[in-house]
Design a protein around this ligand. Sequence first.
Ligand code: 3PG
Length: 185
Amino acid sequence: MEKRIPVTVIDDVSKTDKIMKALKAYGIFTAEITFRTDCAAEAISLSRRLHPDMCIGAGTVINAETCEAAIGAGAQFIVSPGFSAAVAAVCRERGITYYPGCATPTEIMTALDAGFSVLKFFPADVYGGEKALSAFRSVFPQVRFIPTGGVNAYNEARYLSLPNVAAVGGTYLVADALKNYGGQV
Ligand code: 3PG
């Protein structure tokens, strides 16, 4: 897994190629395209077709129907803001990696019971950020987290230095990639 996962909101499918090219120029070969816009599935299949060297996942997947649409479009991993047993079942059946979200110990335990130990921690800044992750480490040493929500260029290194952080996620990565390379690609 890459250490930085751009949470990618695509409001117009024609912007897809430019965003993926900017991410690659920025050194990132993963994108989590979120189901917050109508063209998410189309953007996923276009990204898979135009950028086979990238790992393209789907984010904001909150039910089985969206999960089926994401996998049908070619998503290589699925991310949810919380834990969904229905999404977990679809991913398991299709053999697709699922990163459920969590924010509290009970939610972490629910995900562990279901067999998941790499979890999105969302919204990280609201639910205690680095302090919460350090506290989770002592009681859930088997869990690796992907903090998302309020992660930025200034705090990403601190998050990534925590031993129970597998990767960080955020919209800031897309903004930074476009700012630095959007004009060149
Ligand atoms: C997500 O879906 O992971 C969050 O909306 C990302 O939050 P951010 O905009 O603070 O990075």
